[in-house]
Design a protein. Structure first.
Length: 169
């Protein structure tokens, strides 16, 4: 666990260095893919998390405990909401649903400006969301068995920067 915290502290300090001006507003987005989902019924388009997935969701809450999350966004699926729930509960926050086809629009930018925001998505929407914030295609779709990526994106007046961490369960 200490290893994870050190990585996150290092990432924060590296990214925070881009916010040079004292009064500059910094927005930090933490983007993850939902935890492991049930795969027993291939026709189920809205599966719940597996036991392992529930444990990973709890782990995300532990890993992000020092991130001072102010807002939580998920897509409208059981697996994303169940992944975000431990973090929302731990921070006393409600979860907002976002539409992946309207990610990072002007309303979203306005509502999240200056905040620390968790965004839980999918193997295709999470990297696409990061790319949208960065304004360039830096990350490709996540493999279907990868539930360990943590993208940290920091937005300042000077632009957006990102770091990708792997947090194994």
């Amino acid at each position: 666990m200490k290893k994870y915290l050190l990585l996150i502290v290092f990432a924060f300090s590296t990214i925070a260095g881009f916010a040079q001006e004292k009064d500059e507003e910094v927005t930090t987005y933490y983007l993850i893919r939902h935890a492991e989902k049930q795969r027993t019924n291939p026709n189920d388009k809205d599966p719940h998390l597996t036991y392992k997935g529930t444990k990973r969701a709890d782990k995300w809450a532990e890993v992000l405990s020092s991130a001072n999350i102010n807002m939580v966004y998920t897509t409208n699926y059981n697996r994303t909401k169940e992944t975000a729930q431990p973090i929302a509960l731990k921070n006393g926050l409600r979860m907002y649903v976002y539409n992946p086809s309207k990610m990072y629009d002007d309303g979203f930018k306005y509502n999240t400006k200056g905040k620390n925001v968790l965004i839980v998505g999918h193997s295709n929407t999470t990297p696409a969301f990061v790319n949208k914030i960065l304004g360039k295609k830096k990350y490709s779709q996540i493999a279907d068995d990868n539930n360990s990526n943590l993208y940290i994106v920091t937005v300042t007046k000077k632009g957006a920067t990102s770091v990708l961490l792997k947090i194994e369960n």
